[in-house]
Design a protein around this ligand. Sequence first.
Ligand SMILES: Nc1ncnc2c1ncn2[C@@H]1O[C@H](COP(=O)(O)OP(=O)(O)OP(=O)(O)O)[C@@H](O)[C@H]1O
Ligand SMILES: [Mg+2]
Length: 97
Amino acid sequence: MKDVKDKLRQNRLLTLTGTGGAGKSRLSLQAGADLIDDFANGVWFVELAAVSDPEFLTAAIINALGIKEEPKKTPEETLTDHLKDKEILIIPITASI
Ligand SMILES: Nc1ncnc2c1ncn2[C@@H]1O[C@H](COP(=O)(O)OP(=O)(O)OP(=O)(O)O)[C@@H](O)[C@H]1O
Ligand SMILES: [Mg+2]
């Protein structure tokens, strides 16, 4: 827990790897809950189990964050515009918790 939280405070991207059932989802849930006050705009979990095509990844994140899509912008622009001034932790989860 300490290692994960320290690394998340110092890095913009952290990947947890491990065999199925090792505890990646549980660890990330607890780390996210503990870090909620460290990120001004919160900690968000994004369920990606239903996303089978990378093309829909951005839309899944936009939906999870509750961002309104803007017709004149691509989903990528909508997302990056929303995130650029935010202090936010996004945790993708790929199985039901
Ligand atoms: N530290 C722990 N102590 C006790 N039980 C744990 C711990 N971490 C996880 N578990 C339990 O082990 C099971 C598997 O954990 P989890 O779903 O987090 O694994 P995972 O690595 O995300 O698996 P998958 O690769 O299938 O997504 C769950 O029932 C979870 O509650
Ligand atoms: Mg998991």
